[in-house]
Design a protein around this ligand. Structure first.
Ligand code: PMV
Length: 354
């Protein structure tokens, strides 16, 4: 049996950064996060299975991934955790062919679309998964075992997605299964409901990130003196206000809070020991330019957000997209920007996309 899934990436405007200390292995987050599903940036994954004993052949972007390579380690770690919950996966051999239509590990969060496509495709291809095949909540939990950010790329309606943190970070007296199942993703608003939003990807650097998000967030949880205050602030103040601004289409407030959320993440990174610096001079120039555009407009008409790398993602509305893209292009060049919209979630068997 063979199935193909195309899964989009997502860009968080309320960030995930840090795992529940007791349930770290299962990527239970310390706070909820929220994202836009991104149209046009995706991973396409084909899985072919036959009876066997969990031998895996893995081809990523046309390159064979051998067991000692780091990409393989992520995949095996994922399959180990899936097998704990669904032992039948060990009775098959897998050929996995996966392709991104954008550069891996350049801050464009390919692990999000990568593990989303992998998890959904696994659920499509193995007959024993039939009972969860239409259950995005369960599939989002499965994808999370691969990568936290992949959780938000699972809901098939896409749009604005919330990944609920589940159990509180100080709650440890609970069985593993309930802890794992407490945290999942779901669509809050469909793409049409935020149809005027434009998302501009700005490539600042192609190189792989220096400190991987996985290692970086672990160090922040362990060493940043303000980490838990920040978690509480984002969960109880920032998240409700930002979702409210979205609901009311109060773009001015939404854009302002998006920038605060990104700045909060990078402040926490700077206050981690040793400090983690993801932004470079070009990232900072983009930040200044966005504030300049907003100052000239007399209100927030656009915002930036940064993840674990120097690349920027800009949000604006259709009305201002050309102006904002033009200003950013004058810094990085026309060829380094990609303008898109909020899109739908994963699709099965969409061969024509490549
Ligand atoms: O799940 P990971 O390891 O891709 O971590 C993602 C962390 C950030 O991209 C920085 C934030 C986020 O919520 O996507």
């Amino acid at each position: 049996v063979k199935k193909t899934v195309v899964a989009p990436t997502n860009i968080a405007f309320v960030k995930y950064w840090g795992k529940h200390p007791t349930f770290e292995r299962y990527h239970v987050p310390n706070k909820s996060s929220a994202s836009f599903t991104v149209e046009g940036l995706f991973t396409k994954t084909t899985i072919e299975v036959k009876e066997g004993n969990r031998e895996v052949e893995f081809i990523l972007n046309g390159k064979e991934i051998t067991p000692e390579m780091k990409e393989a380690k992520y995949v095996y770690a994922f399959l180990d955790k899936v097998e704990e919950r669904y032992p039948f996966i060990k009775n098959y051999d897998y050929k996995v062919v996966s392709e991104n239509n954008f550069p891996t590990a350049a801050g464009f969060a390919s692990s999000a679309s990568g593990f989303a496509a992998f998890a959904r495709c696994l659920v499509e291809v193995l007959p024993e998964f039939e009972e969860i095949r239409t259950n995005d909540r369960a599939i989002s939990i499965l994808a999370r075992l691969g990568s936290g950010s992949a959780t938000r790329s699972i809901p098939r309606d896409g749009g604005v997605v919330i990944w609920r943190r589940g159990i509180a970070p100080d709650e440890a007296n609970i069985d593993v299964e309930s802890a794992i199942n407490s945290s999942y993703a779901e669509t809050l608003y469909k793409p049409e409901e935020v149809g005027e939003i434009r998302i501009i990807y700005v490539k600042v650097e192609q190189k792989e990130k220096k400190v991987k998000s996985r290692a970086g967030m672990k160090t922040s949880v362990q060493t940043c003196p303000l980490y838990w205050e920040w978690i509480k602030h984002d969960e109880t103040k920032l998240l409700p206000s930002i979702l409210d601004a979205l609901k009311n289409k109060n773009w001015e407030l939404f854009f302002k809070l998006v920038m605060e959320a990104s700045n909060g993440l990078h402040a926490i990174c700077h206050y981690t020991y040793p400090p983690i610096f993801y932004l470079n001079d070009t990232s900072k120039e983009i930040i200044s330019t966005i504030h300049e555009i907003n100052n000239n407009a007399g209100k927030e008409i656009c915002s930036y957000t940064f993840d674990a790398g120097p690349n920027a993602v800009i949000f604006t509305t259709e009305e201002h997209a050309d102006e904002v893209a033009g200003s950013v292009a004058s810094i990085v060049g026309e060829e380094s920007i990609f303008i898109t919209k909020v899109g739908k979630g994963p699709k099965v068997d969409n061969e024509h996309l490549f």
